[in-house]
Design a protein around this ligand. Structure first.
Ligand SMILES: Cc1cc2nc3c(=O)[nH]c(=O)nc-3n(C[C@H](O)[C@H](O)[C@H](O)COP(=O)(O)OP(=O)(O)OC[C@H]3O[C@@H](n4cnc5c(N)ncnc54)[C@H](O)[C@@H]3O)c2cc1C
Length: 620
């Protein structure tokens, strides 16, 4: 019988299954093997994890189905977003399957709620069961609750070896293995300190983090907010509302004291508080002609020269327009003409805009997410005061919802990912610029501004700072091994020195095929069945490699160590690089790239299973 193996059944593997089933006809006779040690939905979204771990995507955005915005010419099923599904959760799952925590969540859910990860996992599990009912007679789905550890070629088929020693022969393989762990240099620290290595918060052993003691946390992104929730709410602490809308923390006494810092020294900003999905930004820059020129320059694009100036211009244009709309909307066209007249990516002179249009024009794209870089506080208490004020300001902007000029500018910087990521994928940027400026700066910066947590988490952070359960270290954080622990400092507060017995890395491991802990990936790499993606480099300079593996453009065939695409093995998501923006799940009503990608892989994998694709022209 014809067969396809999907390795990894997180959102990408599940969506690939959905797409295969949508393409199947009653004439097909195909077995789809689903291989994952975790139930469908996958490792990140396990339904048995703490209810305190939240998804960052909102309920109305999270979906596994193609809506009318998704531009593919393929069959599609009617399906529910997480929000629509949650409206009748008992009907879908049965009354007994909905526990008190899920019920409490559903009672207050709106399309803009950031739900718990376990609720999304529960939704994905339901999607899987719903899909089983749609498989045409003749084809079938088989699940294997184990790891795939090797893939070997046998003639024009592939043999997947499983960790339980069985082997499955298939016509095509889809690798959708998501975030894998990395052999971390610091996993065995030199001195005797308690070390929480980069990893998935739901899987880490938090019981080793001592109560009542200083603990250093490196990183202030989404993993930091998870760490904060697990070590406070997860240890029995509670937040009580105050009359002014803020929160007070009621400790359980089991919390550590979290000394947190990072390169930029500020936590990811709060999402705006809205009751409906934010209106998509009507982006003005760069123009189509500029994008076409950048497309032609692929391989030699320099982030600072060719991309960031346009992001700045867009953010300044959006914020200037928003200010003018609230004071003198009749002059919007004039303002647009002034921006268009500024050559290339330059922007109109600040002083003349202020005097001619009567707007403040104060948004600073370069410092909106880095207010403390290059700032030193001799008195640490003055920094404590400053960062607490910065958090209050961020919450005040979040409360303004779509009318906040600052949040609009931040969103514009984040929204630029929509044109930057496709250009940066498949080696669009010159390697050093890609490494240092796109990966090393913009991707995290944009995420910190536009991909932060719900405002509730930032209100909780403010309360924890007030309760001195969280203490901020500042920007330019530096951690050193010491004889009985670690010593942390920052450039912002040079006179503050924190000694601790425990260090928490609040981040995910890097996707790096050369350091991966995945038996499957490392065996594929060792046998030269995959290779790291080489970033474009000037002649005579050794190319830098991206952490991810080399694939062709859609349908993402893996490229072997000799540069030859494998017609039968496809890879999607995090392990692929530089295929930028691969760590998101699917978003509704957005012509989701995720869904277009799984559709193209599903169609190609199925063509092989049907024997339609033996001689397909493989495009690099
Ligand atoms: C903690 C965390 C929170 C996140 N929150 C969000 C969010 O709110 N919104 C968002 O858009 N994105 C979020 N992401 C990004 C996340 O990558 C995507 O949402 C999504 O889960 C990616 O789907 P995937 O199927 O590509 O990978 P994954 O979800 O990582 O699934 C991969 C699956 O492959 C399996 N696997 C791996 N190796 C093997 C093997 N050798 N054999 C068999 N199975 C294997 C794993 O067990 C896993 O189930 C988050 C990621 C993490 C880690």
């Amino acid at each position: 019988m014809s067969a396809i193996a999907i390795i990894g059944v997180g959102p990408r593997g599940l969506s690939t299954l959905e797409r295969i089933i949508a393409h199947l006809t009653p004439a097909d006779c195909v077995t789809v093997h689903l291989i994952d040690p975790h139930p469908p939905g996958g490792r990140v979204w396990r339904a048995d994890q703490s209810r305190h771990l939240l998804m960052n995507t909102t309920a109305g955005d999270a979906t596994m189905y193609l809506d009318e915005t998704v531009q593919v010419n393929s069959p599609r099923f009617d399906g529910l977003t997480l929000f629509d599904w949650a409206q009748d959760i008992s009907g879908h799952l049965g009354e007994d399957a909905v526990d008190d925590d899920l019920r409490a969540e559903i009672d207050v859910i709106t399309p803009v709620t950031s739900v718990s990860r376990r609720l999304y996992g529960t939704y994905l599990g339901w999607v899987y069961r719903e899909l089983l009912g749609r498989v045409p007679t003749g084809s079938r789905i088989e699940t294997h609750a184990c790891e795939a550890i090797a893939i070997e070629q046998r003639g024009d088929r592939e043999v997947v070896t499983l960790s339980d020693e069985r082997a499955i022969e298939v016509d095509s393989v889809v690798l959708a293995i998501g975030h894998t762990d990395t052999e971390d240099r610091l996993r065995t620290p030199r001195s005797q300190f308690i070390y929480i290595a980069p990893g998935q918060p739901a899987e880490q052993d938090w019981s080793v983090v001592p109560e009542g003691e200083a603990v250093v946390v490196r990183g202030l992104g989404l993993n930091f907010y998870d760490t904060m929730a697990l070590l406070t709410l997860g240890r029995g602490g509670r937040f009580a509302p105050c009359e002014d809308g803020s929160l007070t923390y009621l400790p359980s006494g089991k919390e550590p004291i979290l000394w947190a810092g990072s390169r930029r020294g500020i936590p990811f900003k709060a999402k705006s508080i809205t009751t409906t999905r934010a209106t998509p930004l009507d982006m003005r820059y760069p123009s189509r002609e500029t994008l076409a020129r950048l497309e032609d320059a692929r391989g030699a694009i320099d982030f600072d020269r060719d991309m960031w100036p346009w992001v700045r211009k867009e953010a300044l244009w959006q914020t200037a327009l928003a200010e003018l709309r609230s004071t003198n909307p009749a002059r919007s066209t004039e303002l647009a003409e002034r921006f268009d007249a500024a050559p290339g990516a330059t922007t109109p002179d600040r002083a003349s805009l202020r005097s001619d249009f009567g707007i403040e024009y104060a948004f600073d794209p370069d410092r909106t997410g880095a207010p403390f870089e290059d700032v030193q506080f001799d008195d640490p208490a003055a920094f404590d005061h400053a960062i607490r004020g910065w958090i209050d300001d961020d919450l005040a902007e979040a409360a303004l919802g779509e009318t906040s000029v600052v949040k609009l500018g931040d969103r514009a910087i984040g929204a630029a990912r929509a044109w930057i990521f496709p250009l940066a994928s498949y080696g669009g940027l010159e390697g050093r610029s890609h490494r240092a400026r796109l990966e090393g700066w913009y991707a995290g910066y944009a995420n910190s501004l536009a991909g932060g947590p719900p405002a509730l988490r930032v209100r909780q952070l403010a309360a924890l700072i007030d309760a001195q359960v969280v203490r901020m270290l500042g920007a330019g954080m530096h951690v050193q091994d010491a004889s009985e622990g670690v010593v942390a400092r920052s450039l912002t507060t040079p006179h503050r020195v924190v000694h601790a017995r425990a260090l928490i890395e609040a981040r995910l491991p890097d996707a790096d095929v050369e350091r991966t802990a995945s038996t499957l990936l490392s065996s594929l790499h060792a046998k030269k069945r995959v290779r790291p993606y080489a970033l474009p480099s000037p002649v005579g300079i050794n190319p830098l490699t991206a952490g991810g593996i080399d694939v062709t453009e859609a349908p993402f065939r893996v490229v072997d160590g000799h540069g030859v695409p494998n017609p039968r093995v496809f890879a999607l998501g995090v392990p692929v690089g530089p295929h930028v923006g691969t760590s998101f799940t699917a978003f509704a009503r957005s012509n989701s790239a995720f869904l277009r990608q799984t559709d193209s892989v599903a169609a190609a994998a199925l063509r092989l299973a049907r024997g339609d694709d033996q001689r397909e022209n493989v495009r690099r």
